[in-house]
Design a protein around this ligand. Structure first.
Ligand code: GDP
Ligand code: IMO
Ligand code: MG
Length: 421
């Protein structure tokens, strides 16, 4: 029996998952998303084209693969339609390649309003969500009041929708938030009809049958481990399990069916939205990382906060996810840096620790190790041996500290700018 290999972000999202899924897809027959929703923005670049995927798995550009939106995802029919139609217009008709689980939960127009209303009510302690209704949709799922893609096929679907909307309106009124969804609602119902033209399946059976037939499956994570609702920097997290365990619940795969776990990290750190970020740089170096790395949100266009690589957080993520191979992204952004730092520990109230603490707000001071920069362009390198000694020293330090090999190194946004060791 085959196992499901998994790609996960090990930081606060935007590590480059879309690019790597696209690069690895030729080795797989099925690619599946297992959590998150249109809060994700996964960028792929090849042949001079650039695509940003939100709900659709990043395996759709490699031809002939089955792509699955799993039960653990929350799907907004309007944004799904926008995404699928844009892809169809550029020659990528998805109907043959894409299936959606009956158990995938739906994001309703009122979920978007609730997301905005909860954020407005939080004042200065805002989470800085993507505003796509992710939290409220998952809240309904856990409250057992959510609507699923399979419900679209029921004759009483409209009544279920109206009941959900009525509940949301009560909350919105309580929050003093205007509830005018007429326009959005009309678009939503149109988009629902469009969604129904795709294959709606019992994806847990599709996936387990595929494994039994010896097919290889890649699970594509969204967000990152430090945004996980259990293990991230709560409450500044997303509302799903972004960690490896999320694959089991989000696709219906048993824990003993998990194979390789690829953990992706940037050679530095970024975060978008609020919440603690111990190695954040507020100086010129942070601004350089943002400018050279084009660190602006793929979904919201917001500036990403930037800082040095944080080994305390990285080791924590590797532990929680059971990472077997590391993938390092975007080192090319630091090509011109004289020195580069990595946080190896935190100092909290005078005590040094290399464990990720319960509360990382406030007095967390990173302890840094400094490395000489490589001061040359990594983007033309094709084989690991060609990298400069300073860069290899950086990579090999991370391998020694984490105990996990760095198997893939990405040195540019394009599919071709990837070194596999
Ligand atoms: P994801 O959400 O994890 O898929 O990542 P995003 O797409 O949100 O952000 C990653 C950004 O970095 C995108 O703009 C990619 O095109 C770009 N990118 C990916 N890998 C590299 C790399 O190795 N070097 C550089 N310079 N850019 C990269
Ligand atoms: P990808 O898959 C980076 C962040 C938001 C916010 C918090 C909660 O592209 O890596 P939400 O809308 O999920 O309730 O917002 O999570 N966030 C992401 N940050 N990349 C993402 O996805 C993100 N998805 C959500 O900025 O801080
Ligand atoms: Mg992204």
């Amino acid at each position: 029996m085959k196992k499901v290999d998994v790609i996960l972000g090990l930081q606060w999202g935007d590590e480059g998952k879309g690019k790597v899924v696209d690069v690895l897809t030729p080795a797989y027959e099925v690619v599946a998303r297992f959590q998150g929703g249109p809060n994700a923005g996964h960028t792929l670049e090849f042949n001079g084209e650039k695509y940003i995927l939100r709900s659709i798995p990043s395996g759709i550009f490699q031809g002939g693969k089955t792509n699955i939106i799993g039960n653990g995802v929350v799907l907004d029919p309007i944004l799904f339609r926008d995404e699928a139609e844009a892809l169809a217009a550029s020659g990528h008709d998805l109907r043959k390649q894409l299936c959606i689980s009956k158990k995938t939960h739906l994001i309703l127009p009122t979920h978007r309003l609730l997301d905005a209303a909860y954020e407005a009510a939080k004042g200065s302690s805002k989470i800085g969500t993507t505003g796509k209704g992710i939290g409220p949709a998952y809240t309904d799922k856990v409250s057992r009041t959510g609507m699923r893609v399979g419900d679209l096929l029921r004759p009483d679907f409209r009544q279920i929708y109206e009941a959900a909307k009525a509940r949301h309106e009560i909350t919105l009124r309580g929050l003093n938030y205007p509830c005018d969804v007429a326009e959005l609602e009309a678009k939503w119902f149109d988009a629902v009809e469009y969604l129904k033209s795709f294959r709606i399946i019992d994806s847990e059976y599709t996936i387990n049958h595929a494994l039994a037939e010896g097919k290889s499956i890649l699970a594509e994570g969204a967000q990152g481990t430090l945004l996980d609702v259990d293990f991230g920097s709560y409450p500044f997290v997303t509302s799903s399990n972004t960690v490896c365990a999320g694959v089991c619940t989000g696709l219906g795969v048993a824990p003993n069916r998990i194979g390789e776990v690829y953990g992706i990290f940037k050679a530095y750190c970024t975060r978008v939205g609020s919440g603690p970020f111990p190695t954040e740089l507020f100086d010129e170096t942070g601004a350089r990382l943002r400018d050279i790395g084009h660190e602006y949100g793929a979904v919201t266009g917001r500036e990403r906060r930037c800082g040095w690589l944080d080994l305390v957080a990285l080791k924590y993520a590797i532990m929680i996810d059971g990472v077997t191979q590391l993938i390092m992204m975007k080192a090319d952004v630091m090509n011109d840096f004289d020195t580069i730092r990595i946080a190896t520990a935190y100092e909290i109230n005078g005590h040094k620790t290399d464990e990720f603490p319960f509360d990382i707000e406030g007095e967390v001071k990173p302890v840094y190790k400094e490395f000489p920069g490589w001061k040359c362009d990594l983007r033309h390198v094709k084989h690991y041996e060609e990298f400069p000694a300073e860069f290899k020293q950086y990579v090999e330090f991370i391998e020694r500290e984490t105990g996990v090999p760095v198997k893939i190194i990405s040195v540019g946004p394009d599919r071709s700018e990837t070194i596999v060791r």
